[in-house]
Design a protein around this ligand. Sequence first.
Ligand code: AMP
Ligand code: ZN
Ligand code: ZN
Length: 360
Amino acid sequence: MSETEKAIREIRINPIVPSESVLIATARSMRPRKEEAPAPRDTRQHVETCPFCRGNEDKTPPELRRYEVAGEWAVRIVENLYPVLGDDRDKSGLVFGLQQAIDGYGRHEVIVDHYTHGIAVHEMAEEHLTTLFQAYQSRAAELYALDERLKYILIFKNFGPAAGASMAHTHSQLIALPVVPQNLQEELEHSRDHYKKHHHCIFCTLIDEALTFETTIYDRDSGKIVRRINVGQYVVERGERFIAIKPFASRYEWEIHILPLEHNSDFLETSAEDMADLARVLKRTMARLDAVIGGAQYNYFLHSRPSSDDYSDCRGSYHWHLEICPRTSVPSGFELGSGLFVNTISPEEAAEQLRTVELD
Ligand code: AMP
Ligand code: ZN
Ligand code: ZN
């Protein structure tokens, strides 16, 4: 926090999912967690024993898809050796009274993002990132078409031990679920309610505000200007077709969301030209993150309209996006107990740092 900036202590309501609201508490004395330097990243190019490195293709279960560049694989999709969902396990049989369960049916696949073991996203070529996102897209489309019991296909990435990654080789994962996850369900429902009331997509409104809106907050008693909010300050990176925004109610100190500028509810409907711009915006956004916090350990995940007809009425109201959540602290009992995330860096300050940092 800069010397001139006032400490903030306020609960910010997430406009899309009110249950994911955030306590922004930037005063140093309030800082509830100690900041530790992240463990150094594994930057090795090739590791003899790594099942995801080139040449070790026989150390994974059979390959499901491969995406080649110049005759060699650039991205591979394989079955997960230890799947969390599948189709070959019995239920516990302990369902009774209020204790209900749903079949753990589904799929769990690993996407080897790149043949280089320790490469970070901001170091990957834009063309490679385009291929990666096309791999996400084509595999998800394939699975939705294959099996209507799969209700949501969640694509995510864990990078670094602080983000829960057990494998150092850069990878993403795809988990096809027999239900639409509750948080996505809430996003879908709240944005649909907003659309019914205002005839406008709430995500599009947030983007418009981020690009144009400026407002001033006055003190109720004296009438003096307390704060001037330039909402444009939430923009971290802007491409021709995508925008990276720091959410007003950021749960994580360095959280960033990437959204298509033109309304689109479904990642699967993203065109090849769009993918190229997404790759550029993602690469630059990750480079900014790396320049500001160095060696970010993070999760990212895609939220998109589920493919079933049950959600076709969300076409106008939902807006697909990628949420990037750098993990700089571990949630505490307060967070678990209250459901409120605590963020100790003002999102405005974080956005400013991310936006203004010089890229090579
Ligand atoms: P993470 O724990 O996020 O790093 O994800 C790595 C995933 O790779 C885990 O879900 C593991 O089950 C999976 N995994 C580990 N070893 C292999 C392997 N040899 N082949 C395929 N998947 C693997
Ligand atoms: Zn490797
Ligand atoms: Zn929209």
